[in-house]
Design a protein around this ligand. Structure first.
Ligand code: CTP
Ligand code: MG
Length: 584
């Protein structure tokens, strides 16, 4: 039975195996109590607040971070290397073009090096010293990018210095490894922090994301000089998990702004341009041509699909060299603003990200979310639900969007396509919450809260931080914070919502069965968060009917009885703890 549970676990989304150098797990296992402190320490030492922290050190704004990272990326190149290489010689060779600020290696269809020069000119120098390959029977399109192939002059004569290099990790740990780590944690709080630490984007992965955008920008700039390609969504909002997609926004709005301001005299000069009947059509035409360009000239851009009839037209492709699945949109400035808002919420209190990561992971483990579009709930919606829940605590852990708006000053004012997107952007102006609830309590209460939420009549609204009557009949209504007439979870079906509610109730029940302290000496018994990631035991169409109309505590009681008597198939319930072997 235990073996079966492991089989099911292996199909969890966390299954991407680490092919590269293993992270020092013993570091976590030997001192698990320090995970939260370790996260904080790492954030501080990197000088970054992108990952959020409660520290009282001044925090960078979202646009400061974006600007800094973008500038770094412009000085950076991507080099495909032979599998064995002398790192010392490699760096010396590249230093001919100028000093190197930092570098790292990773594996994705071969060995790659990301090399950040101190100056942008070094990139041009490297490009000038690079040849276009001759392809034998095939013809090469002579496209000069910042993606290179490094060849050794004497491949048949390797030197002793050539060896396998240390690679940074860009995949999440396997589900087995993650479960082990969770079982070894000291407390449920520690489990949530461990999960966050293991799944969050690393510094290198973030760098690679900005670099990929910068490389795509080079291609788009062939048509639209001075355009910008910016990452948005979970790559930058601090809720990204290793392996998440890379959402990009082709920003054409800045083009021409500077020159227009500079003109003086009696005349006004305009570019002659072509007109199309609507903004949407312009977007479609621009994306169509960029899609073609990526397909024909973009090194490593494969599987290019133009999805131009979607509500938000996009070009989807795989960027082989980085391993990212990319979605490129344009005219999507509001989504960038949502990313900034989430970044702020993520940075305000360290409990926010820990809770969001755990809820997302829980949802994925139970197939409530999927990488395929459909009637399931999305990670974005789940994040909104957690934010809303944290706004509802007493005292609130997170402020409402309306209160962030009242803290805004003139410089924060932002109206996009008639939608008011104003909120305070300086994190240091927001007062920390006085709420001291533990993550363990918050996790339980989250499941109880949404296990009993009146989804049939109420809408979730982070702008006001309170339930509102649903303006339309979709099963799940989560108001878009800026385009308030939109429901971000319009796609969610009644059956998917029902499944969410039932699993939330089951999880609340499981957590209520657990001892508050860490379980006994056996480390093979999943407990706390680990128990929640196991396959569900609820056969719930009937269960939901039974518990629907009863008050919360009774519902949990009834659920408990029902689960006890239903004889779970794929897990052994012992005193509220389901067993699983952590052996392969
Ligand atoms: N977005 C939105 N409304 C939606 C869906 C998405 O405004 N109905 C915006 C959000 O800013 C979201 C971004 O588009 O963050 C990217 O969407 P998506 O990739 O679906 O979500 P992510 O937040 O990036 O999460 P994931 O890790 O699942 O990619
Ligand atoms: Mg995304």
């Amino acid at each position: 039975m235990a073996a079966r549970a492991v089989g099911l676990l292996a199909s969890l989304p966390l299954c991407a195996q680490r092919s590269q150098v293993l992270r020092p797990i013993h570091r976590l296992l030997s001192c698990p109590r320090t995970v939260a402190a370790e996260i904080k320490r790492e954030e501080q030492s990197s000088g970054s607040v992108e990952t959020g922290s409660e520290g009282r050190t001044p925090k960078k704004t979202f646009s400061e971070v974006q600007k800094e990272r973008r500038e770094q990326a412009q000085r950076t190149v991507l080099i495909h290397c032979p599998n064995k290489i002398s790192v010392k010689k490699f760096l010396k060779y590249l230093s001919q073009h100028g000093p190197i600020n930092n570098h790292f290696f990773y594996e994705s269809f071969g060995l790659y090096a990301v090399v950040e020069f101190c100056q942008k000119e070094s990139v041009t120098s490297l490009q000038n010293g690079t040849r276009t390959p001759s392809m034998g029977t095939e013809a090469a399109i002579p496209f000069r990018s910042r993606v290179f192939n490094l060849k050794t002059k004497n491949p048949s004569n390797p030197t002793s210095e050539q060896s396998r290099v240390q690679c940074s990790i860009h995949a999440p740990p396997s589900s087995k490894k993650l479960l082990e780590l969770l079982c070894y944690a000291e407390s449920i709080d520690d489990q949530l922090n461990t999960l966050l630490k293991e799944l969050q984007l690393t510094e290198e992965n973030t760098k690679l994301r900005y670099l990929t955008c910068s490389l795509i920008e080079d291609i788009a700039a062939a048509y639209f000089l001075d355009c910008t390609v910016r990452p948005f969504g979970s790559s930058v909002n601090s809720f990204g998990k290793l392996g998440c997609d890379l959402d990009m926004f082709l920003d054409l709005d800045e083009i021409g702004k500077f020159s227009a301001n500079k003109t003086s005299g009696n005349f006004l000069m305009e570019f002659q341009v072509k007109n199309v009947p609507s903004e949407r059509m312009a977007t479609q035409k621009i994306l169509s041509v960029i899609g073609e360009c990526l397909d024909h000239f973009g090194p490593g851009c494969v599987g290019v699909q133009k999805i131009l009839n979607a509500r938000c037209p996009l070009v989807r492709f795989s960027h082989q060299a980085s391993g990212f699945q990319c979605d490129l949109t344009t005219n999507n400035r509001i989504a960038l603003k949502s990313s900034e808002l989430l970044y702020i919420y993520g940075a305000l209190d360290s409990r926010v990200r820990a809770l969001v990561f755990s809820i997302r992971c829980w949802a994925r483990a139970h197939s409530l979310t999927s990488s395929i579009p459909g009637s399931w709930i999305t990670n974005f919606s789940l994040t909104m639900m957690v934010i809303f829940f944290l706004q509802r605590r007493s005292p609130p852990i997170l402020p409402t969007l309306d209160s962030l708006k009242t803290l805004a000053d003139a410089e924060d004012k932002c109206v996009i396509e008639g939608h008011n997107c104003t909120f305070v952007r300086d994190l240091n102006k927001i007062k920390p919450s006085g709420n001291t609830e533990t993550l363990e309590l918050l996790l339980k209460e989250f499941f109880e809260y949404f296990g009993n939420f009146a989804f049939n009549k109420n809408s979730i609204n982070i702008r006001q931080g309170r339930e509102q009557n649903k303006p339309e009949s979709s099963p799940l209504h989560i108001q878009n914070p800026f385009e308030t007439s939109l429901n971000i979870s319009k796609n969610v079906s009644q059956s998917q919502l029902q499944k969410f509610v039932e699993l939330a109730r089951e999880s609340a029940w499981i957590l209520n069965q657990e001892d508050k302290d860490r379980p006994s000496s056996s480390r093979s018994q999943p407990w706390g968060l680990a128990a929640l990631l196991l396959p569900s035991v609820v056969n719930s169409a009937s269960l939901a009917k039974r518990v629907r109309k009863k008050p919360a505590s009774e519902r949990i009681k009834s659920l408990l009885e029902s689960i006890k008597s239903s004889g779970p198939e794929n897990a052994t319930s012992t005193n509220g703890k389901r067993t699983v072997s952590t052996q392969a």
